[in-house]
Design a protein around this ligand. Structure first.
Ligand code: ZN
Ligand code: ZN
Length: 854
């Protein structure tokens, strides 16, 4: 068999890449590694994926081709043998509140097909099954009964209340020649009822005919069923002799037409649109398919609003919500967790196979066709470690790692083959115990005939890859070359590249032997938010603590959900504490004077935000610019040098330096402003120079280049030096904030918070500060955290990175599993103590210590 040729990148010069050439063998799993800013994303995303996207669009519609003309072509001589490229990267900021986990991975589309094809409509008010049958199906049902079975064909005729008004109903039946009626469970002569000799109460059925199941009787039964349906507008009942039933008879109900009570017209048959909240046929009329009580809230991301009272937040109209597949509504299915749904659909598949699932006529075939896909998608989500997530979880509330892993599961579920997948750090936020299953998913993707290109720092994943391309050696101008490439074991053995050095055991960061010998502890008792089972959290003052546990074990609920708001409320009279029902008491806060929370949310502010403005450095640099002779002569104050200042900014891009190009079929793309060429300021403002540099020149500097220029200006130097320590030396000071990864955003804020922590003893709460960091970058970060602790601050990180965990004084592990199987404190103590324990983190730490020979 012919081996497909390798993907060959020739002469890539995107960003800091220095004419890089690289070969990615087809059908392999290749890892791109290197310190932050070394150029690996530039090669993977901005070269390989950008070129793939450009070629895809070149074959697309004329409108798409017109759009490509505006897309910057990657600066590369050639990318040869490139198959279709699928990128699984950072979250898509354009995902609106309607995007949920189920829609993101394509599960909702399968649900729509399943419910439309196999679902049974029910009356939204009474819960009665509403299924349409043909007369033929009803007759077939009757003649499927054992021969000689007695049966009656009935026409439902309303409800008898026992008073005189009932008589008109009986009169009508009598005039049509029907001599018997059933009222409740009893049988009466119609004449007797019409005369008022008996006035029973209960549902009335006119007896159209009586029959015995035997060959030759079909025609007469068909006529009777037709007659019953014609008399009622579609409702027919069969009363069937059954020795086991109470009274010796049982009743089966059918409808040949489904009437919509709202319009009086016939209900339309179900289609997949009936279950789409984007379609007027499916959307809840009250909220327009958004699911929120206040439809205005749909524009404000992350804002919580009460669910729509009409649809209970399910977004669909009442009829669509009342359609059930084996008793399950599509809304209920959508609220299950991945784990629960996985179980439920496995049961359904068994019941379908056994023939006893409650499905529409012909629904079994539809279910048999769709269930394997539904189950394989759910299985994929579990294997990437997301079993604990609710299917209705809004995509814009997923963490970066969760989002990427969900997209990965969706891609695997689509059974793509022959493509090149480019993935950005799928292990972010993943406990080492979950990384094994993720690895299986990646190799499945490869074994299905795809080429997998992974930007990754996780040492375990790097070691297991088919091939490693290590970029570097440094960041920014010091990076951008291929330091080494080949099978990981060979690259490590040669020791020529930064990753090789990081992977050799000698560089294992020193571990503390002492543990948390603190005199005092901050304690939060009996935490019960979400899946937490009454956990008591103890954090030693003046020490470095890690809270860890497999994904979904309850770490965020404990730290971001309870500890942070409880501490904030205790320190500030204006903040409101979390409801006391969710925890016992917070004690031992006395030594703490301040709370600094640094999570991975995007840098706030306008589209003009950038690391310089978000960290406060720009405020200081503006003062320097305003103090120059030129500025004083022109009468420019410091505010003139803010990109937000009307007088100083470029009028075309309003100080952003770029323009956003929106296309329906693609995430928004960014191009440089043609007027200022990215400078953001107007020419008058740019006439002012500090030490020969304009405001634009200063914003274009990378943090590492800028730091030496400001050694004399303490407030600036402090922050810039901290940028370098947290691994951001490569980052341009003016990089637009919305192009930063979650990890980068967090480290910008970390640098601002850590640069000048002040004397007030502070509790730092950090959410995975190592996200996106190369192992070589983790050491300076932990040094920085250790210095904070030495100065009397208390630092708590939610963290999975073993290199950071071994440097902690105290480790708290939640688990043992995810969701309902998690939420307990399974271990606490020093890293050495945890390594003795049979817990997911204990085993991972023991392996790490063993690998380091200690
Ligand atoms: Zn609604
Ligand atoms: Zn401009």
């Amino acid at each position: 068999m012919n081996e497909p040729p390798p993907i060959r990148v020739v002469g890539a010069r995107v960003h800091n890449l220095k004419n890089v050439s690289a070969e990615i063998p087809a059908g392999t799993l290749t890892v791109l590694s290197g310190v932050s800013g070394s150029g690996k994303s530039s090669l993977a995303f901005d070269t390989v994926h950008a070129e793939g996207q450009r070629r895809f669009l070149a074959t697309a519609s004329p409108k798409a081709r017109a759009a490509i003309a505006k897309l910057d072509r990657p600066d590369v001589d050639a990318v040869e043998n490139l198959p279709p490229v699928i990128a699984v990267g950072q979250s898509d900021p354009t995902a609106g509140p309607r995007t949920t986990l189920a829609t993101l991975v394509g599960l909702h589309d399968l649900f729509r097909l399943l419910w439309a094809g196999a679902g049974v409509p029910h009356d939204p008010d009474t819960g009665d099954r509403l299924e349409r049958h043909t007369v033929r199906q009803i007759v077939d049902r009757a003649f499927a009964l054992p021969e000689r079975t007695k049966l009656m064909i009935l026409a439902p005729a309303g409800e008898a209340t026992g008073d005189a008004a009932d008589r008109s109903l009986y009169d009508a039946a009598l005039k049509e020649g029907f001599v018997r009626c059933e009222v409740g469970d009893e049988s009466f002569e119609t004449a007797e009822l019409a005369a008022g000799d008996a006035s029973p109460t209960g549902p009335v059925h006119v007896v159209i005919d009586r029959a015995i199941v035997k060959p030759g009787a079909e025609d007469r039964v068909r006529e009777s069923v037709d007659l019953a349906a014609a008399r009622t507008g579609g409702a027919v009942a069969l009363r069937i002799a059954d020795a086991d039933a109470p009274g010796g008879w049982r009743t089966e109900r059918f409808r040949t037409r489904l009437i919509d009570p709202a319009t009086g017209g016939e209900r339309r048959p179900l289609t997949p649109q009936s279950f789409s909240f984007h379609s007027p046929r499916g959307a809840c009329p009250a909220c327009g398919g958004v699911g929120l009580a206040d439809p205005e809230a749909k524009t404000a991301r992350h804002r919580s609003s009460a669910p729509c009272p009409a649809c209970d937040g399910e977004r669909l109209n009442a009829d669509s919500r009342a359609v059930r597949v084996d008793g399950l509504g599509i809304g209920e299915a959508g609220r299950l967790s991945v784990d629960a749904a996985s179980e439920r659909f496995a049961e359904l598949a068994e019941r379908v196979e056994a023939g006893d699932a409650s499905l529409s006529a012909g629904g079994a075939g539809v279910a048999e066709r769709l269930l394997p896909d539904v189950r394989s998608l759910l299985d994929g989500l579990r294997r990437v470690g997301l079993g604990y997530l609710g299917l209705d979880r809004r995509a814009d509330t997923l963490s970066g790692g969760e989002y990427r892993r969900a997209r990965l599961a969706g891609a695997v579920g689509e059974r793509t083959t022959g493509a090149c997948f480019v993935l950005d750090e799928p292990t972010v936020g993943l406990h080492p115990a979950d990384a094994d299953r993720l690895w299986d998913v990646l190799t499945d993707l490869r074994d299905a005939g795809n080429t997998v290109l992974l930007v990754e720092h996780d040492p375990d994943l790097i070691r297991r890859a088919d091939r490693l391309i290590d970029l570097g050696p440094g960041a920014g101008a010091d990076g951008g070359t291929v330091c080494d490439a080949g099978p990981p074991a060979e690259v490590v053995a040669r020791g020529m590249s930064p990753t090789a050095r990081a992977l050799s055991a000698e560089t294992l960061t020193p571990t503390k032997e002492s543990g948390a010998d603190a005199d005092s502890w901050l304690t939060l008792t009996d935490a019960r938010l979400n899946s937490l089972w009454g956990v008591t959290l103890r954090v030693p003052h003046g020490r470095l603590t890690a809270v860890t546990g497999v994904s979904g074990s309850g770490k965020s609920s404990l730290i971001a959900g309870l500890l942070a708001p409880a501490v904030r409320a205790a320190l500030s009279p204006t903040a409101s504490p979390p409801p006391t029902a969710f925890y016992g008491v917070l004690s031992g806060l006395e030594p703490i004077g301040r709370l600094a929370e640094v999570d991975q949310s995007r840098l706030g502010g306008s589209s003009r935000s950038c690391p310089a403005t978000a960290s406060g450095v720009w405020t200081e640099i503006r003062k320097l610019l305003a103090r120059t002779r030129d500025a004083r002569r022109l009468g420019f104050s410091a505010s003139r040098f803010s990109p937000a200042n009307r007088a100083g900014q470029c009028p075309d891009c309003r100080g952003r330096g770029f323009r956003t190009l929106k296309m329906d079929f693609l995430p928004a793309s960014i191009t440089v402003c043609p007027t200022c060429r990215g400078a953001r300021f107007n020419p008058q403002t740019l006439a002012v120079r500090w030490k020969g540099r304009t405001a634009a020149d200063l914003l274009a500097l990378r943090a590492g280049e800028a730091a030496p220029l400001f050694t004399d200006v303490t407030p600036i130097a402090r922050v810039l030096n901290t940028f370098v320590e947290v691994g951001l030396s490569y980052l341009p000071l003016g990089q637009p904030a919305d192009t930063l990864s979650g990890g980068e955003s967090q480290r910008v804020r970390l640098a601002a918070a850590l640069a000048d922590p002040g004397a007030t003893p502070t509790l730092f709460l950090l959410d995975e500060p190592t996200a996106g960091l190369h192992p070589l970058d983790v050491a300076p970060l932990t040094d920085l955290l250790a210095r904070l602790v030495e100065r009397g601050h208390t630092v708590l990180c939610v963290e999975h990175d073993l290199d950071l965990i071994v440097r902690c004084d105290h480790v708290v592990e939640l688990g043992p599993g995810a969701g309902p199987a998690g939420g307990d404190l399974v271990a606490e103590g020093s890293p050495r103590e945890i390594a003795q324990r049979e817990t997911p983190t204990g085993r991972a730490l023991a392996r790490r210590f063993a690998a380091a020979g200690r």
